[in-house]
Design a protein around this ligand. Structure first.
Ligand code: TXA
Ligand code: MG
Length: 322
């Protein structure tokens, strides 16, 4: 990818939003805030614009992208919603939920963004700045997380710039994101909704909305259907050691809940043990600890409930062998 492209920082005001939408309509690449993480946005209907995303991120093009829409009505022009998909969209949109559904006959999301699949991933984000850009762009916008492929997702304009500065046209800066982990992805393809990726909407809330337990992709009888769910991902330069009681010599420490670490390289995801706060801090704190150059980051045990399922999923990928 060209690394000489000057990247402009746009304020998240009316002028910045209008400029971001104009850049997207012209085929440009813009990092923009959503409530989960920053997204690297491009016109999903343009194969050339989408190719720019894969190049800037160095992302394998067999890994499809989420198309972002301003509302359910525009999402229904792109995909076919069964009763479960409709119930989930009505319960959680706008918000941190992505639905994988069969592509509608008139779907305008490019083959490249869909990696040639007959399905399409759709999301209506809740962030007011994202919503304003999507409404002004007037077409589906593809947006993977605004990090280089395999690295820790960006939750601030600074983190997006650190990975993608010089490779994209602009960053729309609206400060840190609120949720901090990516959207929950649910496939509604064959009657039984399946969880493809835990995320910002906890599993329990989804199961409550559909009135049944979610099947997990890759369960017996199901082939994995989310090509992007690679084991190693979100990888800091340091090794990651999970479920640690305390840091060993030379390790950085990522704590959770009350702990008395008067340790030179320590951050606490949530001293009060609040999983929402922990999710919001996760990627930024991993980046900060990694920047201090430890060989290993030891991480406290996080409960596997609510947002803890998404946090642990990201931590397991960060710790996976590379
Ligand atoms: O919160 C989020 O979802 C963020 C913000 C920017 O919206 N986006 C995000 O995108 O996390 P990305 O590209 O990092 O993750 C999208 C995931 C990938 O694992 C990809 O494989 C999966 O969605 N995906 C996309 N289209 C799919 C499809 N048709 N079938 C199955 N999985 C799909
Ligand atoms: Mg990502």
């Amino acid at each position: 990818p060209s690394s000489s492209r000057p990247t402009r920082r746009l304020a998240a005001d009316a002028a910045g939003i209008a400029e971001a939408a104009a850049l997207l309509r012209a085929g440009g690449l813009v990092a923009l805030p959503t409530e989960t993480v920053y997204g690297l946005a491009a016109d999903a209907t343009s194969g050339a614009a989408v190719a720019g995303i894969y190049a800037a991120k160095e992302r394998p093009s067999f890994n499809p992208l989420i198309a972002h829409l301003p509302d359910l009505a525009s999402a229904r022009r792109q995909g076919l919603f069964d009763a479960h998909a409709l119930a989930l969209a009505q319960a959680f949109w706008p918000g941190p939920l992505t639905l994988v559904v069969p592509a509608a006959p008139g779907c305008t999301v490019s083959d490249l963004a869909r990696a040639g699949l007959a399905t399409v991933a759709l999301r209506v984000p809740a962030h007011p700045v994202a919503h304003a850009v999507l409404a002004a762009a007037g077409r589906p916008i593809a947006a993977p997380s605004a990090n280089r492929s395999g690295r820790i997702s960006a939750t601030s304009a600074e983190d997006a710039l650190a990975d993608l500065g010089g490779r994209i046209d602009a960053v729309l800066d609206a400060g840190s994101t609120e949720v901090g982990v990516e959207s929950t992805i649910v496939a509604c393809l064959d009657g039984a909704p399946r969880l493809l990726r835990p995320g910002g909407v906890p599993r329990e809330a989804i199961e409550h909305a559909i009135g049944r337990p979610l099947a997990i992709a890759g369960d017996a009888g199901h082939a994995p259907i989310s090509p992007g769910l690679l084991a190693s991902h979100y990888a800091p330069a340091a090794r990651v050691r999970l479920d640690a009681e305390a840091p060993r010599d030379g390790e950085a420490w990522l704590g959770f809940g009350p702990d008395r670490q008067d340790h030179p390289q320590a951050l606490n995801l949530s001293p009060s043990g609040d999983l929402r706060e922990a999710a919001a801090h996760l990627f930024g704190y991993l980046r900060r600890l990694d920047a201090s150059g430890p060989a290993t980051i030891a991480v406290a045990r996080i409960p596997e409930q609510g947002l803890g399922e998404a946090i642990n999923d990201r931590l397991r990928r960060a710790a996976a062998p590379r």
